[in-house]
Design a binder for this molecule. Structure first.
Ligand code: KG4
Ligand code: ZN
Length: 402
């Protein structure tokens, strides 16, 4: 089954085509540089960028796959190419209504889509939440427009399910390698959740953050240290540098206890609470107070703070996850979401013993379309009736839950 994946929930415009668990091609545009000056994602700007970029990215994706497979898999050009767009009046009317709030998308769509034949795609999987609603709508409307013109079913996908199944892409993991019950820890810019997985598509959130998400805490602490947006990766870099310097002082050996030589330690909020919830806002505030108290920050102090902050986060995440593994008798653990790109967090979770641990490739940790297509495939195989979803019922849901 060939699936076109579409992801526009935040600041990445991402498309891909997959076949089963293999990826035929991807095309992604990150808006990070555009939002950088605002220090965060600006929803209406994100929406406009998605609207501007979807069709060019789609064209690029089809051409890439054609080149890679030496076929006209997707983008077979019509012989009538030089003639005016050949949508019927009824089709045009439908599209104008469907894309009335995305004029940039409408004009690019009307210009390019009539010049190509229907690609070899069986379904379209699109993120419908959670995320920024104006941004989500662009992807949804693009999916609906393509689905309408080419008569392709649309599968609405929960972005968080995407982060869970991101570990399935590629050859290294087969669907059967993950045994149930499984547990997923999702750590992204907007979410921090522990999910009990009884089977594919059967998810139960057992704990979540009561305030900031982990990625959010990383980004806010980064801002306190005057690091560029989004700060998560920069914190990881500084902390990594600190750990390396410490290991060098230690004669090349990694210290057993990383926090041993750090002059700073920060609290581990809710680490011993009797539930699976998290809280990161107190940790963030504690870093802020420390920074205010110190005044001038040398590069070394910044490194030490980044490292101490990372230690606190890792310890809380590990402790809570271990407790959940025991309580739910989990046989597999999946860790997904942008923050799993962090080296220390990756290493710490891969070091867990007693169960199989699955972590996505680095390229699939942050937002992408492959995870959405994978979720589409899982849903279509588990429950074929999703292929009959009435497109009219697919609406953006900013606060969608698993
Ligand atoms: O999953 P994601 O791409 O988007 C959401 O769905 O939110 O996650 C983005 C988050 C941001 O907060 C970003 O700073 C964080 O993931 N992140 C990292 C790293 N790479 C991305 N945090 C820590 N270390 C990293 N290497
Ligand atoms: Zn995400």
């Amino acid at each position: 089954m060939k699936i076109l994946g579409i992801e526009t929930s935040c600041d990445e415009t991402a498309l891909c085509i997959t076949e089963g668990f293999s990826v035929l091609g991807t095309s992604l545009f990150s808006q990070v540089k555009i939002h950088e000056k605002y220090g965060g994602v600006f929803p209406m700007l994100a929406k406009r960028e998605h609207a501007k970029n979807l069709v060019p990215l789609f064209k690029n994706l089809l051409e890439k796959i054609d080149t890679a497979t030496q076929t006209e898999f997707a983008g077979k050009t019509k012989t009538t190419r030089n003639q005016p767009a050949d949508f019927t009046d009824a089709q045009k009317e439908f599209l104008e209504k469907m894309l009335e709030r995305e004029p940039e998308l409408l004009s690019a769509f009307l210009e390019y889509i009539p010049t190509i034949e229907k690609p070899n795609i069986d379904a379209i999987a699109v993120t419908y939440g959670p995320g920024l609603e104006p941004a989500l709508w662009v992807g949804i409307n693009f999916a609906k427009a393509l689905g309408y013109i080419w008569n392709i079913p649309i599968i609405p996908i929960n972005h968080m399910e995407g982060h869970i199944v991101s570990v399935l892409a590629g050859a290294q993991v087969t669907k059967t390698a993950i045994t149930f019950p499984a547990l997923a820890l999702l750590i992204s810019g907007g979410h921090t959740e522990l999910v009990h997985i009884l089977d594919w598509t059967k998810y139960e959130v057992i704990g979540q953050t009561r305030d900031d998400a982990v990625g959010e805490a990383f980004d806010k602490v980064a801002r306190m240290l005057s690091l560029p947006y989004p700060g998560g990766p920069h914190i990881g870099e500084l902390a990594g540098k600190e750990r390396k310097e410490r290991a060098e002082q230690n004669g090349g050996k990694k210290s057993d206890d990383d926090s041993e030589k750090n002059p700073f330690t920060f609290p581990r909020p809710m680490i011993h609470s009797n539930d699976f919830d998290f809280s990161f806002s107190g940790l963030k505030t504690s870093v802020l107070y420390k920074i205010k108290e110190l005044g001038e920050l040398t590069p070394k102090i910044k490194q030490q703070i980044a490292c101490a902050f990372e230690d606190a986060v890792v310890e809380v995440l590990l402790e809570k996850t271990k407790k959940a593994i025991i309580k739910y008798g989990a046989k597999s653990l999946i860790v997904g979401g942008g923050v799993i790109a962090n080296t220390k967090i990756r290493e710490s979770f891969l070091g867990l013993s007693g169960l199989q641990v699955f972590i996505p490739d680095l390229s699939l940790a942050t937002d992408n379309a492959v995870m959405i297509a994978m979720a589409g495939y899982i849903n279509a195989t588990k429950n074929p009736s999703v292929l009959k979803t009435d497109p009219k019922t697919i609406v953006a849901q900013g606060n969608l839950r698993l």
